[in-house]
Design a protein around this ligand. Structure first.
Ligand code: PMV
Length: 342
């Protein structure tokens, strides 16, 4: 048995013996349209995926995360949530598990904030249900903190709300308006209208292809900010992404998945021009295209994941794997954060 397996088994044993005070889970997310441009107020669409992150808390002598002492530098999201809801509580051991790959553009850190926040809120307010508005606001602040002040509420809201989430600079009539989010970024004050959308059901799937290349979101977002500062006319590229996102959103509302796929591929070309793709992402996207309705990078790019929209997930997945990617398959839109125990 290797060290990692031994540690996982020991954790299971400890958790089996210790009483679980609360457990919660939250989905990862995949951006269909509008990453990067959304940071500048353009519309964007994200979906909650089937892959989830789970968290459970047991009584302990001191605060810990998966056996390591809770450290504000290593665990900024968790520290912020603990200070928000459980500053005076008895210490706890937190145990994290799940199938969302980390740092790959699938929203694992927002899922962590959503699940930890829901669990801590439940412990602090045992008789109250999940306050999705409050929770996604705190999770957004945690993302912004980790991304040097530049973060849209996309990841946090999608993981908390589930389903399909639409962000825009205006209230969109075709979707259910949830709330307004504001943030002061280094480039100025930003505001987003956050919506929930229930697109018509269809036999379509997302195949997510992971390049395995690590590219921190904060670095990618800062790179785009620097490019725009150096050449302000490039803001036109950001606006063009917004136009394509709006077209993709209309297609999604109509249930026209051929047009959704087309808009995804168009969105990718604009992201590539913006400089946020990578050779590894291009190889996986090219491999997916023949069996897909459309494909693009998803998330901050530079590495991480691509996504293909397909009616034949097996064939698309095999093509991506042959090109060197690791794949996950998900339907569009899944349940948001939920309490599993407690
Ligand atoms: O890489 P991710 O999953 O954190 O997605 C980042 C999406 C961006 O638009 C690049 C940044 C943001 O905060 O919206």
């Amino acid at each position: 048995m290797c060290k990692k397996e031994y540690e996982a088994e020991a954790r299971e044993r400890i958790m089996g013996e210790a009483e679980v005070l609360v457990a919660a889970s939250a989905p990862g997310k995949c951006i269909l349209f509008g990453e990067h441009a959304v940071v500048y107020g353009q519309p964007a669409v994200a979906v909650a995926i089937e892959q989830r992150l789970s968290i459970s808390a047991t009584k302990a002598a001191s605060w810990s995360v998966d056996g390591s002492a809770l450290d504000p530098d290593r665990h900024p999201h968790i520290t912020m949530l603990k200070d928000r809801w459980l500053s005076d509580s008895e210490p706890m051991a937190l145990h994290i598990s799940g199938d969302i790959p980390r740092a790959s553009g699938l929203g694992s850190s927002a899922a962590l904030s959503a699940a930890v926040g829901a669990a801590m809120h439940r412990l602090a307010n045992p008789s109250k249900g999940i306050d999705r508005d409050g929770l996604s606001a705190v999770a957004h602040r945690a993302e912004a903190h980790a991304q040097q002040g530049r973060a849209s509420p996309m990841d946090a809201s999608t993981s908390v709300e589930g389903g399909v989430v639409v962000l825009s600079d205006r209230v969109e009539g075709a979707a259910k308006h949830l709330y307004t989010r504001q943030l002061t970024t280094p480039e100025g004050k930003r505001s987003w209208e956050v919506h929930h959308l229930a697109p018509p059901e269809s036999e379509v799937f997302l195949v997510l292809g992971n390049t395995g290349v690590f590219a921190p979101t904060s670095k990618q977002v800062a790179m785009v900010a620097d490019a725009l500062a150096a050449e302000p006319t490039r803001m036109r590229e950001i606006e063009a992404i917004g136009t394509v996102a709006r077209r993709g959103l209309a297609a999604l509302i109509d249930g026209n998945y051929e047009a959704v796929g087309h808009a995804m591929s168009e969105n990718h070309l604009l992201l590539r021009n913006l400089g946020v793709s990578s050779p590894e992402l291009e190889a996986l996207i090219q491999a997916a295209m023949p069996s897909s309705l459309g494909a693009k990078l998803t998330g901050a790019g530079g590495g991480g994941c691509m996504v293909a929209l397909t009616r034949d997930p097996k064939q698309t997945s095999e093509a991506i794997e042959l090109a060197g990617g690791r794949t996950l398959i998900s339907r569009i839109g899944n349940e948001g954060v939920r309490i599993e125990r407690g």
